[in-house]
Design a protein around this ligand. Structure first.
Ligand SMILES: [Zn+2]
Length: 228
C-alpha cells in the first residue's frame, strides 16, 4: 500500500515536471504532448483540414520531440525543419519549436501531407503538394515582391519536395510553390479541382478545368503582377 502510493507520487511529479500528457481524439494519438495541447485545439485543426480536403483521416500517431538534436537526427534535413511526416507510417513528428502560437500552422501543414497520401495517392503533383500544405494550413505568407526579384526555374514542375540548397533557395521553393497554389485557386475552384483529381493526374485538369494552358507563362505573369 505504501509502495503503491509512492509510485503514484513519482508519476505525478514526473508528469507535472515536463507538463506532458496524453491526447487522444478520433483521428490522432499523442502519447506525450506539451501541457498546452488540448483535445479541442487538436480537433479544430484536424476538422478544418479534413473538411477542405473532404476526407476522414485514418488514425495517425503524433510524436512530440523536446530535444532539438534528437529531432534533427530523425529527419536529417537541417535546422529549419519544424515538423515532418512519415506518410507510409501514418506518423507526424513535431519538433521543439512547435509552440501554442504556431501549432495550427505546422500541424495543419503536416495533416495535408498525410491526407495527400491517404486519399489522393499520386494525384496531387509533387510540385504542388508543399504549396498546398502551406496554403491550406496558412503556414506562411507569400512575399511576392521578393519572389518576383528571384530567378524562376525553367519549369515550375521542378519544385518538388524535398527541397534543398541554400536558405534562399529553400525560401524560394516554398514560396513559389505556395504562389502556384494561390494562382490556381484564383483561376478555378480548388476544392473541385482536387475532387476531380482523385485517382487521376491533376495536370490535365489544370488545362481543361482551370484553363491554365502554359503553367510557366501563367506563373511568371502572376508573380510579376503581384510583385510590383
Ligand atoms: Zn511540407
Amino acid at each position: 500500500m505504501k509502495r503503491l502510493s509512492l509510485l503514484f507520487l513519482v508519476m505525478f511529479v514526473m508528469g507535472a515536471g515536463n507538463g506532458s500528457h496524453e491526447v487522444e481524439t478520433n483521428s490522432v494519438h499523442m502519447a506525450s504532448a506539451p501541457g498546452w495541447v488540448t483535445r479541442v485545439k487538436v480537433d479544430k485543426v484536424i476538422d478544418h483540414i479534413q473538411m477542405v480536403l473532404e476526407w476522414d483521416i485514418r488514425r495517425i500517431e503524433a510524436y512530440w520531440h523536446s530535444d532539438a538534436t534528437e529531432f534533427a537526427k530523425g529527419h536529417g534535413r537541417g535546422p529549419l525543419v519544424m515538423a515532418y511526416s512519415l506518410k507510409d507510417k501514418n506518423a507526424i513528428h513535431l519538433g521543439p519549436k512547435v509552440t501554442d502560437a504556431n501549432f495550427n500552422a505546422y500541424f495543419g501543414h503536416e495533416l495535408v501531407h498525410i491526407i495527400a497520401y491517404q486519399k489522393y495517392k499520386q494525384a496531387i503533383p509533387k510540385w504542388l503538394e508543399e504549396g498546398l500544405a502551406n496554403y491550406l494550413a496558412k503556414t506562411a505568407k507569400v512575399d511576392y515582391h521578393w519572389l518576383s526579384s528571384q530567378a524562376a526555374p525553367k519549369d515550375v514542375r521542378e519544385l518538388t519536395h524535398p527541397f534543398d540548397g541554400s536558405e534562399d533557395r529553400l525560401r524560394y521553393h516554398y514560396m513559389a510553390s505556395q504562389a502556384l497554389v494561390e494562382m490556381i485557386a484564383a483561376k478555378c475552384d480548388l476544392a473541385n479541382l482536387l475532387r476531380l483529381s482523385v485517382g487521376e493526374k491533376m495536370d490535365g485538369y489544370l488545362d481543361t478545368y482551370c484553363e491554365i494552358r502554359d503553367l510557366n507563362a501563367a506563373f511568371k505573369a502572376w508573380v510579376a503582377k503581384r510583385g510590383k
